[in-house]
Design a protein around this ligand. Structure first.
Ligand code: MLT
Length: 267
């Protein structure tokens, strides 16, 4: 049903040249969460940071935003930019989108990065709670999530304040409700992890209070060609809490994707 939602042209920013590297932000945030690592990455890659529909400067639509729909938005952006293959990296919900992308468009993927994310679907109680919150957001606005969420994202009070302001500025009620409904209905990606042939890195913060780092360890074990980067000092926002570690890991991923592309060409 969600596939009937109209297509949108995502807002994006682009820095650097070389291997296309698309960074997909988490919920309920926008592309600016990647800013701490863009300067390092853009020395070696063409870094594209979109705003998902309903967030930042991208248009919002009403209805459930399935992870597959959001992955289609990324594909449409690649087509607009004449990008055949990209390294796709997602933070948290952006990771669910990256996994949906890997499953639906394996031929367009040259590397996969999953930051503070997981492959499993929601348990029934979590699902129901998301659906209830979506209704609440439609009645009362984004403060329903903006006011309680930042302290769960990070233990750094300064960063939590920054994220509080960001959610108020970047999120629309349609976007928040649409993503909550889409996340509630997302399929379990565990089963298809083993089919992902592109090199993958899983990055997890040891202090993540939203998605326990063990979920990242499970993904790294099930993915075919992957490695795990566990960051002791980070919570749910590793790219903002430990930008150098995350940038290093993603540069390594870009290098591995080049090797993968060569192997593909030779095969
Ligand atoms: C996110 O950070 O994108 C979300 O908290 C993920 C989730 O709620 O599952």
């Amino acid at each position: 049903m969600e596939h009937k939602l109209k297509s949108v042209d995502l807002y994006y920013e682009e820095n650097g040249q070389g291997t296309p590297l698309i960074l997909v932000h988490g919920f309920p945030l926008d592309h600016t969460t990647w800013q701490p690592i863009v300067p390092a990455l853009s020395k070696c890659a063409r870094v594209i940071t979109p705003d998902l529909r309903g967030f930042g400067k991208s248009p919002a639509t009403k209805g459930a935003y399935s992870m597959r729909l959001l992955a289609e938005d990324i594909l449409r952006l690649m087509d607009r930019l004449n990008i055949d293959k990209a390294v796709v990296v997602g933070h948290s919900m952006g990771g669910y989108v990256a996994l949906a992308f890997a499953h639906a468009y394996p031929q367009r993927l040259s590397g996969l990065g999953l930051v503070a994310s997981q492959a499993e679907a929601d348990a029934p109680e979590r699902r129901q709670s998301r659906l209830n919150i979506a209704e609440d957001v439609e009645r009362k606005g984004v403060r329903v999530v903006a006011d309680g969420m930042p302290v769960k994202l990070t233990s750094d009070p300064r960063l939590a304040n920054q994220l509080h302001e960001l959610i108020h500025a970047a999120a629309t009620p349609e976007g928040v409700a649409g993503c909550l409904r889409g996340m509630a209905d997302r399929p379990d990606a565990t089963e298809w992890l083993g089919d992902i042939a592109a090199p993958s890195v899983v990055i997890a913060g040891s202090q993540d209070g939203i998605i326990p780092p063990q979920k990242g360890q499970v993904m790294a074990t099930l993915l075919g060609r992957s490695w795990l980067v566990l960051i002791e000092e980070a919570g749910h926002m590793p790219m903002m809490e430990a930008p150098e570690r995350v940038a290093d890991a993603l540069l390594q991923l870009v290098k591995s994707s080049l090797g993968y592309e060569k192997q593909c060409e030779c095969a």
